[in-house]
Design a protein around this ligand. Structure first.
Ligand code: 26Q
Length: 807
């Protein structure tokens, strides 16, 4: 129906009329967006029913990916592409004098995540659907997503993200599938027919109502599900019937319930033991597992068959309460004994670790945990007790390993330990990260359970990050090697044959320039700043964090500025430095760095002596949609974390796929990118993981010494506090102090000179366009490995053991 232009037009107009009772001419863009999406949605829902039937008929094993965050990005454009309807839709709308892009931008990004971990979850769902695998996501339907970022007077200001303001066309509420999640209360034991039964009493119930979002596969009519739970009071409260005291209690209850799915915690890589976070985590796993369980039993599944029919994956430790919750469901609600239940759990649950930062490893206070989740606490205690017994048997009761590997340690519950003990697979997200887990952070566990540990290097969906967001490069690639790469990204390697082809290079250069102009227009409209598309677009976008070292980048820019001031004729290729990323609202240092970048931009952009050789733009409100405009327009990708700190990184892969060259440390997946493209096509610099870990283990680093022995570096650091650059002397003193008085934990000073050298090489290479675009081609051609299709295939084969169910 939608494949014929005239019918498309008719249905679109008809949809506006029947939804809103107005003519198309009278309708607003929001109404047009909703009507169009609802048409597309109808199509998807039919495929959804068929896909689920197909899976049921095949009695296929299903995987559920539990994640406290997802970052799906806008759905309309992606769905049109996946259904093969984009071009007909464009044509139909053109006839009606409507631009598809104008409607696409109306959709709000579902900001249900804050960074890499959430975006990875969404990439995985895309690749699962593309591969026709029965794999679904489970998360929370946060009413407010991650805050929107505004920059006012150079400082980050957080604004509420009301992503549901126009509703959400794609979702469907499933009240009949709602389940109850219980908090607080007491646990009683009752003997019934000679058997001990658990009785949870005086609890507070929260209703978890599923909202399902369809996840479409690429041109394969497959539709999987992202299930998001909304927290609601168990029943509507009729306040007219309540006394004053009861009203207060009821209001308190309502508030506490709704709070659970109210908003996403904005932190990343920083653990805070807040009660609401704990409630969110349990809410997610209890609701998710209960609905999965019910569906499984309704289909006639046998409990003992769970490991063959269901795989439950936990994305970091945030959903690790799935382990005791599955125990509870099996024992308390299905009458299994401990051993039988445990053997099912450890064949069903698998876990991915995303960080080795000590401050990000979750540990809950036992007192609080026991009060909020009394039954779950009992189960965790029992898991811990039994595991300790096994350890004592293995290592003896006086071995330090018994304490080091325990789940319960004094007053804390160590969630990563619970996750490792309760799952059959533990994976890191890049080769080096997995190695660090095995040999350092989790070495005791690796020794005890070597078979559980494995690596799954992250990936990105090349369909969003190239096919959807970079039409001009897509056209060039497809003209050159055909379109097989869309389904099989490894085919991109066929581009290697163009690495010395000057006509291909010309075209690639032209495509890059077009994309730079498009981004330049956004910058001009938004900030009133003119950028030169002939300059190097050098981009650093990711969450603001000390370990990601936006500061190192800023220092190099400051140094470049001072050198041009010294010598206005200094021969440098003009650069446009762009930054983007949100800081956690409570992360003082990260916010100071945002302010430093903006203050520096103000000074440098307006300094006539610089003659536009440097432009600095802080792109506020970095999100999936803005990212889609940035990656295609980038020449240089900044991946400069302190070695060992970035588990993988995925932005690095998106830049590579769009032909940017990386300046980077040998950290996370940068290492694999560097290996894939070779030394000539990657600007590497800085301390290695080994060197960094050695400093941490044995000391020997002296920031003062580095500072005192480098004139240029000293000049930059001093300018933070002497008023020479920024006027005020106190604002950035905290940065100065962290670097010198706290001995620069992230080795910004140590890596400065090497970074500067690497940036010099970038400058040199950019002057030779033929060499530059050769490297660019080599990057694109080798990006196939970093598609999430490859990653998902590895999870499917090595961990989940699910099978594709084709039509
Ligand atoms: C925890 C509890 C409750 C609410 C939120 C959180 C929370 C949320 C997000 C804690 C941490 C995060 C985010 C972590 C993250 O994004 N890590 C990144 O994961 C990427 C995918 O594997 C890697 O590429 C990055 O290296 C890693 O930093």
């Amino acid at each position: 129906m939608l494949r014929d232009k005239e019918k498309f037009k008719y249905l679109f107009i008809d949809r506006i009329e029947t939804m809103y009772g107005i003519s198309m001419e009278e309708s607003t863009d929001i109404e047009k967006y909703i009507a169009l999406s609802s048409l597309v949605k109808d199509h998807i829902y039919r495929n959804w029913v068929n896909t689920q039937k197909r899976y049921n008929d095949a009695d296929a094993k299903e995987m559920y990916y539990f994640s406290i965050e997802f970052l799906p990005g806008k759905q309309l454009g992606k769905n049109l592409i996946n259904l093969g309807l984009k071009s007909i839709c464009n044509k139909a709308l053109n006839d009606l004098d409507i631009k598809l892009e104008d409607l696409e931008i109306i959709e709000n990004d579902p900001a249900l995540g804050s960074g890499g971990l959430g975006r990875l979850g969404s990439a995985f769902l895309d690749s699962l659907a593309a591969g026709e695998y029965p794999g679904n996501g489970c998360s929370i339907r946060y009413k407010y997503g991650l805050f929107k970022q505004k920059i006012i007077d150079g400082e980050q200001v957080e604004v509420l993200d009301n992503w549901l303001e126009h509703g959400n066309v794609w979702e469907v509420r499933k009240p009949n599938k709602a389940v109850e999640v219980k908090f607080y209360g007491d646990i009683d034991f009752e003997e019934i027919d000679g058997e001990m039964k658990i009785d949870h009493i005086n609890y507070e119930t929260v209703l978890a109502v599923p909202y399902d979002m369809p996840v479409t596969g690429y041109k394969n009519e497959t539709v999987n599900t992202l299930r998001l739970f909304n927290a609601e009071p168990i029943e509507d409260i009729d306040y007219t019937l309540l006394s004053g005291k009861e009203t207060k209690l009821a209001l308190d209850y309502e508030k506490s319930v709704k709070g659970i799915s109210d908003s996403l915690y904005p932190d990343d890589s920083n653990y805070e033991g807040k009660i609401l976070r704990l409630k969110q985590q349990y809410f997610l796993v209890s609701a998710g597992l209960q609905t999965i369980f019910k569906r499984f039993i309704n289909k006639g599944g046998k409990v003992s068959d769970i490991p063959n029919k269901l795989a439950i994956h936990i994305n970091d430790t945030h959903p690790s309460l799935a382990i005791p919750e599955l125990m509870r469901l099996l024992m308390d609600e299905n009458g299994l004994g401990w051993d039988e239940a445990w053997s099912i759990v450890i064949k069903t649950i698998s876990y991915t670790n995303h960080t080795i930062l000590p401050e990000a490893l979750e540990k809950w206070n036992i007192g609080m945990f026991g009060e909020v989740l009394p039954r779950i606490y009992m189960i965790v205690e029992e898991i811990d007790k039994r595991f300790k017994m096994v350890l004592i048997e293995e290592y003896g009761s006086d071995s330090s390993k018994v304490k080091d590997m325990a789940i319960l340690d004094e007053d804390q519950i160590h969630m990563a330990h619970l996750a490792i003990i309760g799952s059959y697979s533990v994976n890191g997200v890049a080769a080096i990260h997995t190695e660090i887990l095995k040999t350092k952070v989790m070495s005791n566990f690796y020794e005890f359970f070597p078979e559980k540990f494995n690596n799954k290097t992250n990936g990105i969906t090349h369909r969003r990050w190239l096919l959807k967001s970079n039409p001009s490069l897509t056209k060039l690639v497809t003209e050159s090697i055909g379109d097989k790469w869309i389904k099989n990204p490894e085919e991109l390697s066929n581009l290697m044959k163009f690495k010395d082809d000057s006509s291909f290079k010309e075209k690639l250069m032209k495509s890059k320039k077009e994309n730079k102009i498009l981004l330049g227009n956004v910058i001009k409209d938004k900030y009133g700043i003119l950028v030169d598309e002939e300059s190097i677009f050098d981009v650093h976008v990711k969450r603001m964090h000390e370990y990601k070292r936006q500061l190192l980048n800023a220092f190099n820019i400051m140094d470049m500025y001072f050198r041009i001031k010294d010598n206005p004729d200094l021969d440098v290729v003009p650069r446009t430095f762009m930054f983007g990323g949100k800081a956690a609202p409570g992360y003082f240092m990260a916010k100071r760095v945002i302010n430093l970048i903006n203050t520096m931009a103000e000074v440098i952009n307006n300094d006539k002596d610089i003659k536009d050789k440097i432009k600095i733009i802080f792109l506020d409100g970095y999100d999936v949609t803005l990212a889609e405009r940035i990656f295609p327009a980038t020449d240089v990708s900044e991946q400069i974390s302190t070695a060992s700190k970035e588990a993988s990184g995925t932005g690095n892969m998106k830049f590579m796929l769009n032909g940017a060259l990386t300046i980077g440390t040998l950290d996370g997946a940068n290492i694999e990118i560097q290996e894939a493209v070779g030394d000539d096509n990657f600007f590497k610099f800085g301390l290695t993981v080994e060197e960094v870990l050695k400093y941490y283990d044995s000391g020997g680093y002296d920031a003062w010494e580095v500072y005192n022995n480098n004139y240029n570096l000293k000049r930059v650091i001093d300018s933070l506090i002497d008023g020479s650059m920024f006027g005020a002397k106190d604002k950035f003193k905290v940065i100065y102090d962290t670097l010198l008085h706290h001995n620069d934990q992230y080795f910004v000073l140590e890596d400065f000179e090497e970074y500067k050298r690497a940036q010099g090489e970038v400058d040199k290479k950019f002057r030779d366009k033929s060499a530059w675009y050769k490297s660019s081609i080599i990057n694109i051609a080798n990006a196939g490995k970093f598609s999430s299709d490859r990653t998902i295939k590895e999870y499917v084969d090595d961990i989940w053991n699910i099978r594709e169910v084709s039509k």
